[in-house]
Ligand binder design. Structure first.
Ligand code: EPZ
Length: 416
């Protein structure tokens, strides 16, 4: 079992380059199935979820060449329509193959994506929306069988602006017969980037970046080259690590335009921020002001994926803070682990009340999911003494090499 050890209590100092976005790269990799030609992607993060995605593409018959941060996909040999359970079960985002397989093959088989500790994460919104595009679903045990011949453009209004459902609807619509109008679409930057990628390949999408998308189906999409944008959640994670250790770091290539809510929170907590030439300088020397109340929201609000890292910093803020999680129903698993470090916080429904402490003391912790694991690394860097975190394979799902990055910022941290 993977584990990380660190000796905390030291301000971070230095500079690191922010990796490519996991949540942008995943749907774009699924979208390569739609392309009649070669797709070349640059700045793909070398993380577990991308590995699983590549394995699924290969199992469908695509030829994939992965060299460093460059991934080349030729989906023309793609013949299969069944997403293998071996990899689908490891990553919820395998559901994102539904749209492209239906668009290209008119049929798809995939295992029901499991929930995880942050919530049940159903796919009812995906299925309800796609059903209005002449697509029919059959649940065969743990498998979903979807079919649509032909796929017809539809008028869809999402009950909730689900990121994954929006991606699946867009991916199912770009080769459909007719026009699809989608209202209450998610507006996360990853959706915008997916739509820009598809437009480069020849898709016809209106309203990119808004909550109303109109997609005119086209006959085919051509090979395209694309560079994945930097990861706003990884940048936010390291921003909070700088804040929590009262350090001074330069985040090269941070996508500050996508991080406004996060930067606003950091400034409220006492961070001094300076954006220059696409980099973000963070000075956390005077940090640790409390946050009377903050809630996670859909974009452009404060992102749910940074809620756990924020809890780590607030655990040593001056005074009491309240954080409300409005997106997932059980994303507070990290609280029990933070308490082991000496943090004082209690869960009340969808809120956590945090009583800031003078210090945290290192101990043994257990990661249970991706962003909670990253939050524990931040907490271990804040705590005095030695912290060991087990089950850190979860962190590898979204961070290329969290020890490499934090070591470059002067942390005494290593895989054990
Ligand atoms: C994407 O997940 C991200 N994952 C998540 O990041 C992120 O937390 C989430 O969006 C919200 O921003 C990827 O992009 C790969 P949703 P997704 O559909 O698409 C409910 C990370 O750490 N819902 O917007 O699964 C759902 O249960 C990950 O990188 C339904 O009820 O998120 C949740 O409560 C974690 N029915 C809420 O909507 C559905 O059919 C938001 O889910 C779909 C979703």
């Amino acid at each position: 079992m993977a584990s990380i050890e660190m000796y905390g209590g030291k301000p971070l100092c230095g500079e690191i380059e922010i990796q490519g976005s996991k949540n942008a790269a995943l749907p774009i990799l699924a979208a390569t199935i739609l392309i009649d030609g070669i797709t070349i992607l640059h700045n793909c993060p070398k993380i577990l979820d991308i590995f699983y995605m590549v394995k699924i593409l290969e199992s469908l018959g695509c030829s994939v060449l992965w060299e460093g941060h460059r991934i080349q996909v030729d989906a023309r040999p793609c013949k299969k329509i069944c997403v293998p359970e071996e990899y689908a079960g490891k990553m919820r985002s395998s559901v994102i193959f539904l749209g492209p397989l239906l668009a290209k093959k008119k049929e798809a088989f995939l295992p029901y994506p499991g929930g995880c500790v942050i919530g049940t994460r159903p796919i009812d919104l995906h299925m309800k929306a796609l059903s209005s595009m002449n697509i029919f679903f059959k649940e065969e045990g743990p498998w979903i069988h979807a079919k649509g011949e032909p796929i017809l453009g539809g008028n869809i209004v999402l009950d909730f602006p689900s990121v994954g459902a929006t991606e699946n609807i867009v991916l199912a619509s770009v080769l459909a017969n007719g026009i699809t109008r989608l209202e209450n679409a998610a507006m996360e930057p990853e959706i915008t980037e997916l739509c820009c990628f598809l437009t480069k390949a020849g898709a016809k999408i209106q309203g990119i970046g808004t909550s109303v998308l109109e997609i005119q189906g086209v006959k085919e999409l051509k090979g395209v080259e694309h560079t994945i944008e930097a990861d706003r959640i990884v940048a936010g994670t390291y921003l909070f690590a700088a804040l929590g250790t009262r350090g001074q770091v330069l985040l090269q290539n941070a996508p500050v335009g996508q991080m406004r809510a996060t930067l606003e929170i950091a400034q409220k907590m006492g961070a001094l921020l300076c954006e220059k030439d696409g980099d973000l300088f963070v000075d956390g020397k005077n940090a640790w002001e409390r946050l009377p109340y903050i809630k996670t929201e859909i974009y452009p609000g404060f992102p749910t994926d940074l809620q756990s890292p924020l809890l780590s910093v607030l655990s040593v803020a001056k005074g009491n803070s309240i954080v409300e999680e409005t997106i997932f129903e059980s994303r507070f698993k990290v609280v029990e682990e933070l308490r082991r470090l000496g943090a004082s916080m209690e869960i009340e429904g969808r809120q956590v009340i945090i009583h800031g402490k003078e210090r945290l003391n290192g101990c043994c912790l257990k990661a249970q999911e991706l962003r909670g694991g990253a939050a524990l690394v931040i907490a271990g860097l804040i705590a005095k003494g030695k912290t060991r975190i087990i089950q850190t394979q979860y962190i590898k799902r979204g961070y290329e090499d969290i020890c490499r990055d934090l070591k470059a910022l002067g942390a005494n941290i290593f895989y054990s």
